[in-house]
Design a protein around this ligand. Structure first.
Ligand SMILES: *Cc1c(COP(=O)(O)O)cnc(C)c1O
Length: 388
């Protein structure tokens, strides 16, 4: 893409940007979809290196989504990886042996596994702290601390970290801020505009949106961080494949309409579930009695499309999972279809039981990623499954 068209894309409003992204047609043929460039390598005329050389280093299909995420988050460089975990590994490659990392308490299960088992073997110490409390984080900073790794809303308990406060604290100690922005997407929570150094997405979720691919993204507005992220991506080779890049670019085009429809459904289900006698508690930032609702809405444009519910009795969990028909029962979120997760045994299976218990993540907890079906069908299904 030329600088001229990049400048033009930056001026576009979100819905337009999602559809057109940084490149919306094949420069060679005018085809309305950027082709899936499968080539592993590129001819160098006369032995002279030109634009592309080898697909791990650069691929036009992958670049389409890398530009898209950079534009959407307001960054200068985006990177696409084979999965969200690969993106997280990419962001954490900014640390090195001897460094210390502070991370939010109730992270995505796979992130907890990576931070608690892989990083220590690389000589990187990790402390999990309550990032919703700035004083707790400040007190945990050591001379070797290099970064703060955050998820907000946290998963699956929807704890809200004040991102501006975290950025201010990090800057005063020269620490990097890394945010897993998967739950909110750039549309609801503008990570880089809030001062975050590196935003991370599991694009498997809302950005892809159809539960049909695995992908991860990182994005930054800092030239030095971009250079280091690019170096690691090329060196490690955990890149997004061209076919998956095509699927992801296609999913991103409809992100706004999907997210708005799903968020509206989630809000209605959260209200109804809260009043249901079988439900002990609903965790959803859109509820007016949600703790830290104001904190969330000061940094995000909406509550999102995911909620958690705690049933009164453990026996109800099995019964609900037996009776429910529409949602797929699986460890994922962000698809057009509703997805129901038993966090204890699925998304957070990698977290030791005693850690889950200490976090307040009970066996009665279910996470509902609300899709774009008709809300009345979803409610009728939930109601019949909660009966008895
Ligand atoms: C799914 C998920 C990940 C991991 O992404 P994959 O694409 O499954 O590797 C990381 N963070 C969050 C919040 C997620 O939901």
């Amino acid at each position: 893409m030329t600088d001229h068209s990049h400048d033009h894309a930056r001026q576009l409003r979100t819905a337009t940007l999602l559809v057109h992204q940084g490149r919306d047609r094949d420069p060679f043929t005018g085809a309305a979809a950027v082709p899936i460039y499968t080539a592993a390598t590129y001819h160098q005329p006369g032995g002279q290196g030109g634009g592309y050389d080898y697909a791990r280093s650069g691929n036009p299909s992958r670049e389409q989504v890398e530009e898209a995420i950079a534009l959407l988050e307001g960054g200068t460089a985006g990177f696409a990886y084979a999965s969200g975990m690969a993106a997280i590994a990419g962001a954490l490659s900014l640390l090195r042996s001897g460094d210390h990392l502070l991370a939010s308490l109730d992270l995505y299960g796979g992130s907890y596994r990576y931070l608690s088992t892989v990083l220590p073997r690389q000589g990187i110490a990790v402390d999990f702290v309550d990032t919703t409390d700035v004083a707790v984080v400040a007190a945990a900073i050591r001379p070797e601390t290099r970064a703060i790794y955050i998820e907000t809303p946290s998963n699956p308990l929807f704890r809200i970290t004040d991102l501006r406060a975290m950025v201010a604290l990090a800057r005063s100690h020269n620490l990097l801020t890394l945010l897993d922005n998967t739950f909110m997407t750039p549309l609801l929570q503008p990570a880089l505009a809030l001062g975050i150094d590196v935003a991370i997405h599991s694009a498997t979720k809302f950005l892809g949106g159809h539960s049909d691919l695995l992908a991860g993204l990182t994005v930054t507005a800092d030239a030095d961080l971009a250079r280091r992220l690019k170096h690691y991506q090329n060196a490690a080779g955990n890149v997004l494949a061209p076919f998956d890049a095509y699927l992801l670019s296609r999913g991103i085009k409809t992100l706004k309409v999907r997210l708005e429809a799903a968020q509206s459904n989630a809000g209605q289900l959260a209200e109804r579930l809260r009043r249901h006698s079988a439900v002990h508690r609903v965790y959803y930032p859109g509820l007016d009695d949600f703790p830290h609702r104001d904190r969330h809405l000061a940094q995000a444009a909406g509550p999102g499309a995911v909620l958690s519910l705690e049933l009164r009795h453990i026996a109800q969990v099995g019964r609900l999972l037996e009776r429910i028909r529409l949602p797929i029962i699986a460890p994922s979120l962000g698809g057009v279809e509703t997805i129901l997760t038993h966090c204890w045994s699925m998304s957070h299976a990698a977290v030791p039981e005693e850690v889950k218990a200490s976090l307040g993540l009970s066996q009665n907890l279910l996470r509902l990623s609300v899709g774009i079906e008709d809300v009345e069908d979803l409610w009728a299904d939930l109601e019949q499954a909660l009966e008895g």
